[in-house]
Every structure is written in C-alpha cells, then in structure tokens.
Design a protein around this ligand. Sequence first.
Ligand SMILES: Nc1ncnc2c1ncn2[C@@H]1O[C@H](COP(=O)(O)OP(=O)(O)O)[C@@H](O)[C@H]1O
Ligand SMILES: [Mg+2]
Length: 314
Amino acid sequence: MVNFVFPGVMGVSPRMQEVQRLLELVAPAEATVLLLGETGTGKELAAQAIHLNSPRGQGPFVLVNCAALPETLLESELFGHEKGAFTGATARKQGRFLLAHQGSLFLDEIGELKPVTQAKILRVLQSREFEPLGSNRTVKVDVRIIAATNRDLQAMVHAGSFRDDLYFRLNVFPVHLPPLRERQEDLPLLADHFLRHFAEKYRREVTAMAPEALLAFQNYPWPGNIRELANVLEWSVIVCQGRTLHLQDLPGHLQRYAWAPAAAEGEPTLAELERQLIIRTLEKMGHDRGQAAAVLGIPLEELNLKMRTYGLEG
Ligand SMILES: Nc1ncnc2c1ncn2[C@@H]1O[C@H](COP(=O)(O)OP(=O)(O)O)[C@@H](O)[C@H]1O
Ligand SMILES: [Mg+2]
C-alpha cells in the first residue's frame, strides 16, 4: 500500500517496522486479525489502522470491550435485543455486530469472555449470522473482525478457559505489539510526540528533554507501556517551568532511574551491578535496611558489610 495511515507514531525500531509491515499486508486482506501485547502497547491504535487502511475504511469501526460489561449485558450489546426480551428491555436495540455492518468490529480484551459468550461469538464468526435476544429472526452481517488481548490465549486454551475452536478462528493472523522496554529506540520519538502534544494542550514553553531525563526513560521498564509514557509526559509538562524538561520535572519514581548506562565499553563488573542493585533496593524500600536485605535475600549483617565495602555508608 502506498499511503499507509497510522493514527500515531510508528517508531523506527526493527520491531515496529515489522509490525507496520504486517499491518500494511493484512489491512486490505479482510482476514481476521488477532492483536497481542501488554496493556498500553497500542493494540487499539493498530486496530484502527487496520480498519482505516482497508476497503472498509469509510464504513463503521465499532469497538466492544469484552471486559467492561457483565455477561448478560454483553450479549445484548453484541447481538441486540427485541423490546421486552428481558426485564428492562423497554425498546428494541441494535447490537454492535449489526452496527459494524460493512465495517470492522474490534473485540477488545477477548480473553475475558465467559464460555457462554465464547460459544455465541464463535457461531457468528463461522456464519456471520446471529439472533438478537428475544427474537427468532436471523440477522446476517458483513463484518471484519479484529480482536485483541493482553492474555496468553494459548495458555488459556490449554487450561480449558478459552475454547480452542474460537482460538483457531481468531488466530488467523496474529500480530504482536512489543512492550515499550523492548523498543527503546522509539522512546525519543514517542516522548517528543507527547511532549509537543501536552505543551500545546497546557500552553507550556517546553520543547526538549534534558539528556538525564531521557536516560531515566531509557532505564525505566514501563509496565504500562505507551499509555504510561503519555501519563508521565502529561505530569512532567505540567510541572516543567522552562523550555527543557529536566529530571526533577519527572514523577519521583522515575527520577531514580537516571543512573549512567552500564560501562559503554564492555560489560559492567559484577560488583558494579551489585552496588547498583543495593542502591535501588534501598531506595525502593525507603532506606529500610531490614526490608532491603529481605528483598535481596541476604542477612542484614551481609547487607551492612556490602554497604561498607561499596562506600554506601553514611
Ligand atoms: N504508536 C503510538 N503513537 C502514539 N500514541 C500511541 C501509540 N501507541 C499507543 N498510543 C497511545 O497510548 C495509549 C494506549 O494505547 P492503546 O492502543 O489503547 O493500547 P492497548 O489497547 O494496547 O492497551 C492511547 O492513548 C494511545 O493513543
Ligand atoms: Mg486497549
């Protein structure tokens, strides 16, 4: 495809270049796509990209968060219901499968589906047909399915909590969105994107990041991935008073990560790693040596000895 549209920053890392290649290939192909990755890695954005770059791009993009609704409501959300189908069904309601007709349906957090709903969704995926609740009318739809989960579906299949037939229907074209810590090359680009965004939103002067702030970003593991990165930059832009975002503008838990990269030439010594680990553990435990020793799995006396050895006393 000549003009692949991605509603965000794609990044320069080999991992994201590969993701882009796969999205470009599958978008026009109509195949069911399964987006896998930790929370905040951009699965929803990738789903939008698939839709936008497909022949259905002008049609509806309908999202269903399978984790957000209780089972009973989820079925009527998906398939719709007739007036009077159940207590409280005061009017007829169109389901999301129908709303997505000639467009794409994004089934987010698919790993949270209960077995009953798994069975019903399987049937729609097989036949593109369903009956609204309280109706014996069969509705036919033309939808492209994009699903996403942060769970290990294969492990769930082995454990018996996810139907294998549904898994195989969904797992036609899996795409893995890598966690942020595995694509550090993209941090400057992404950080700059959110820096500009929030500087404009909050009318701040800040245009750049100090090297030590970027260093902290590169060392931090980002468990919440890009969502967390955006939150951190929103905080930091609000706090920052000048044109450059410094380490002290970052949330406290990130400031601790601005240690120098381990020996540029060759590997760091074991002693240096141990020293850094002790410093970090002490900081994490609020300088409570007893707790730090417990976390490190050594007796308190040994921690005291190591601290003297590494010049960390006083
Ligand atoms: N590549 C990206 N470029 C810009 N923003 C991104 C990117 N990936 C994710 N985001 C933003 O990060 C947040 C989380 O992304 P989302 O797609 O909802 O992740 P997931 O569905 O995997 O939890 C959203 O606010 C989204 O706009
Ligand atoms: Mg999501």
